[in-house]
Every structure is written in C-alpha cells, then in structure tokens.
Design a protein around this ligand. Structure first.
Ligand code: XUL
Length: 541
C-alpha cells in the first residue's frame, strides 16, 4: 500500500487529500478542507483576501498560509483512516501568480524549525513584505505597459513567456514592488510563488519553481523552461539572484523536514515540486490527452486543455502554460466566477436549489436579456473599472438575472477560448458549481458538447496527489504513462453526463455573436448592440 498526499493552497482554503494505491485498488482515502475565514479569523480575511480600500488591489497573508499548512498537516496526522507511515510522497498546488517575499533571515529560520513551537511563530519575522499580492490583483497596468515595451511588444512577450503582460502575473507585481519600495526590494533575499513557498516550508529550504506555475509570471522562457533574461531585465534589477531555479514538475525537492516528522509524526516522505492550481487541476480532471477540455467553476472560472505545441491568443486574453505532464496547456481565466453567481443568488435571496430552479424557469437565450457580470475587475476580457452591465435585463427579475449570469459566464468562456483550436469532444466539469446540473446544461448547450463531472470537487488537490505518485514512481525508475497515473480517479461520474439539446445549441450559436457585440459595446469598441439583441430576440421567441 502506498499513500500520496496532495495539498491545495487555494484562495479561500487549504485542502488536504490522500490517495491510496494498492494492488487491490485505488481510492481517495482522506479529503478535508480548512477555510481561512472561519478557521483563522484572526487574520481578518474575507473569502481568503485581506480587506483593501482600492478595488484593484488584492492581497493575502503568507503567515496565514503557513499557519494553515501546519493545521492541515495536523488534521492529516490525526486522521485514523490513513497510516502516516505509508505516505511515500507529498506534493501540492498553489493559487497561481501570488508571490511571497523572504528577507535574509528566512533561510536560517526554515533550516532550524523547532518541532516544539508552531510554524507560524517561527516564520513570523521572515517576510519583507507581510502581505502577498494575489491573482485577484489588477493594480499593475503601468508596470505591464513598461515590461511590454522593454521586451519589444505584446506579441514578443507572449511568444517568449506564453502570455502578454497581465496585471496579476508575478513579474508586473514584482516590478510594482521594486518601484514603490526600492529599499525593501533590495533587501529581499528570495521571491517565491505561493506553490514554491509552501514546498519550501515542507522541506526547510528554498524549493524550486515548477514550469507550469512559472508560466504565470511573464518571466519564464516557456519553450526552454528557464528564466528569460530579457524578461527579468525588463522587470527589476538583480531579479535572477532573487528567484529560485526553475525545475521539472516531477522534481523530488527533498524529504519532509524534521519539523513535520517530529511535530506531527510524518515519515521522511518525498516532497515533490508544487505546481499551480490550474496545472494540478489538469491532472486531477484527467485532461491527459487532446480533445477534452476542463472547465473549473471555482472562485475564478477557468477553461483549459492540453496541446502538444504552444499556441498564442492573438486577442491577448488567453495564456499558454507549461503542462505538468509535458506539452502545453492553453488557459483562460474569468475572475467573476463563483462570487458573481453568489452575488446574484444573495441579491435575490435564493439558496443554490432556488438558483437552479430560477435558471430552469427561463428559456435558453433568456429572451435576449444579457448581463456582463463584471462585479469585480475582470481578466477575460480585461475590465479594470468594475460594474455589471445589463442589456434588456431588469435588475429586479430574479430568474432573468440568474439565467443571465450563468449564460454570460459560459458564452464568455466559449468566445474567448476559440483561439485554442481544440476540437471539444468532451468537457470535464469541476469545482463547487459543477454539482449544479442546470448550470452544466447551459455549459453543454453553449459548447455543443457532452459535459460530465469528474473528481470529487477537489481537482487541484487530487492532481497534486497524482503528481506525487507519478514522481515517486519515476524516482524509483518507473515512468508511468499519464493515463495510467490518473486511472481510477478521473473517470466521469456514472450518469453525470449532460448532453447538449440541439435546439439550445442553435440558440447559443446566435447568442455568442450578440454577447460579443455587448462586450465590445461595453468596452467602448463597438456600436450599440440594441438592433442585434432585438433581431436575436425575435428569432428565438
Ligand atoms: C489563473 C488564475 C486563477 C488562479 C486562482 O491564471 O489567475 O485561476 O490560479 O485560482
């Protein structure tokens, strides 16, 4: 019996998930989450984010993440369903783009963690930047422009790093920090991603950055999977010395540090490089061959696939990340995901069941009522001035607004992912809202493809555990093909398949154009869409 542990340090929570691989079968043996707001209220986060007055700024606490890691490991150690001694390897997944800034004291503190004291009390003093910018931040438009110009334009930057400059990406965030706090920047010994930071806490020294997560920085040469000197030079001085090295996804960083063994009773399990939540979800949703895409309905809604060669989004909204299975993962991310659905649900005083009923109460196409759900600044498309926009939609009409928010999210995902050129045969849905069949029906109808549910909702943590399994086997000289790694864990749930309804598919093929016209109008790039909406309404009534 071998046990592999996957940890997912996401925006709102830390999830621990353990898988068992035995001759007789494979199963998820343990799965538990710790919600930051409720489990660690002393940090004052809301949905895992620290309160800010500026809507473009979003930060969280690296100290809170350390405390959460200690608590999650304690949670695993206390559980009686898994034998700790069977844990062979641990890996993890971190919310992408967020960064952690260590001062000179960090290396010594990590190397000498005392099992008699909490982790949090020992790392409290190591941060030169007590708040970490996270992926929801969009305050770096100026730095994006500067980096783009220095590298030679958006296309050059996208070809080099996989993405044009994005506000939330780590490079622009580092540049802003360097410009605003030059002395603090100079005294920064090490800049980590959330993923490599958490891995460093587990091994007791600086862990490398994994290429899947490294592609979310605007700093890595995507093809060569190493830091790109021209991108580093465009970002901040001496950055090379402050970043850990890039290392392959299956790197065994080291054994679990003595702290974890002596404090919680873990064995000297291998710690495998952590990756980002999306690259881990790629594995955890079974996207290990072409023709399938995954749509994750979480804090953010993301859509991703797997392609053998890198492609770039000419419109500039999408990204290409390195896949932790080799190859590339094209991805788009919409920030107004679950919080937008929740906002509409709460505004109309509904629970999730009522939300599903309201969604079903209106016809496909919503009689031409359209919502652009940009409650928060949006990533896809870029919207820096938040505010929902409504076209022919009465804000007081509960059912119409529920249908409008879900249709908008699916239409935006479909329109903005066309550049990926993936012929979608099947969609693997994951994330909290994937449990809602009415939402999945809209997804199937907009994409014209079968949708099925995979995994237990913790795809990133599952993917991390599977990556730990793959790396452990590799370290023992056995290279398992990825379909074999994920077998038994990522098959569609029986009876979960939602098939597209042909009449609805036809409605949405039309509505995609109308939605695109509304987006263009709201962004000041297109004419009033009222005539297009009227024509669509008349055709579909
Ligand atoms: C992806 C992105 C988010 C975060 C948090 O580019 O910004 O999906 O990884 O989930």
């Amino acid at each position: 019996m071998s046990v592999y542990l996957g940890l997912d340090l996401s925006t709102q929570s830390l999830t621990a998930l353990a898988i068992e691989i035995a001759d007789g079968g494979r199963r998820v043996a343990f799965e538990e989450s710790l919600d930051f707001d409720s489990a660690l209220p002393q940090y004052g986060t809301r949905h895992g984010v620290l309160p800010q007055t500026d809507p473009l700024t979003a930060t969280s606490s690296p100290l809170m993440w350390a405390e959460a890691l200690d608590k999650a490991m304690e949670m695993v150690a206390r559980d009686s369903t898994i034998a700790l001694a069977d844990i062979r390897a641990v890996s993890g997944s971190g919310q992408q783009h967020g960064s952690v800034y260590f001062g000179a004291a960090a290396a010594k503190a990590l190397a000498s963690l005392d099992a008699g004291r909490t982790l949090e009390s020992q790392v409290r003093g190591v941060f030169v930047r007590p708040e970490s910018p996270i992926w929801m931040d969009s305050s770096t438009a100026a730095e994006c422009a500067e980096i783009t110009a220095a590298v030679g334009g958006p296309e050059r930057l996208a070809q080099l790093t996989g993405s044009r400059a994005f506000e939330r990406f780590t490079g622009p965030q580092i540049r802003k920090w360097f410009k605003e706090m030059p002395a603090a920047y100079r005294s920064t010994a090490r800049i980590h991603l959330v993923s490599s930071y958490a891995a460093s806490l587990l091994v007791g020294f600086d862990a490398p950055i994994e290429p899947g997560d490294g592609s979310g920085m605007n700093l890595m040469d995507l093809a060569a999977r190493r830091w790109a000197p021209e991108a580093l030079a465009a970002t901040a001085p001496d950055l090379d010395a402050k970043l850990p090295p890039v290392a392959p996804s299956w790197t065994v960083v080291g054994p679990l540090a003595t702290y974890w063994r002596a404090r919680h009773g873990f064995p000297a399990a291998k710690v495998v490089a952590w990756s980002g939540d999306n690259p881990c979800s790629l594995v955890g949703t079974g996207i290990v061959r072409e023709g399938r895409i995954a749509i994750s309905l979480g804090t953010s809604d993301t859509l991703f696939g797997l392609v053998p060669t890198a492609r770039y989004d000419p419109s500039g909204t999408g990204h290409v990340f390195g896949s932790p299975t080799g190859g590339y993962m094209p991805l788009i991310c919409c920030k107004n995901g679950s919080l937008a659905r929740e906002r509409i649900r709460d505004q109309h005083r509904l629970d999730w069941e009522g939300f599903g009923h309201a969604l079903d109460a209106r016809p496909a196409g919503n009689r031409g009522a359209i919502l652009l759900p940009w409650f928060d600044p949006e990533i896809t498309p870029t919207v820096l001035e938040p505010g929902a926009r409504r076209y022919g939609l009465d804000p007081a009409d509960a059912a119409a607004n529920v249908r409008a928010v879900v249709e908008a999210q699916m239409l935006a995902l479909a329109n903005h992912s066309e550049w990926m050129g993936v012929k979608v045969e099947q969609i693997h849905a994951t994330g909290g809202a994937s449990q809602n069949r009415a939402i999945l029906q809209v997804m199937a109808d907009v994409f014209g493809a079968d949708v099925c549910i995979v995994g237990g909702g913790n795809a990133a943590a599952l993917g991390a555990a599977l990556r730990a399994y793959h790396a452990d086997e590799l370290a023992r000289g056995r290279e398992l093909p990825w379909p074999e790694v994920v077998a038994g864990f990522t098959e569609p749930w029986p009876a979960s398949t939602v098939r597209p309804i042909p009449a609805h598919v036809a409605v949405y093929a039309e509505m995609r154009k109308v939605y695109a016209a509304c987006e263009a109008h709201a962004l000041g790039k297109g004419p009033d869409p009222a005539p297009a909406i009227k024509a669509f309404r008349e055709r579909t009534l």
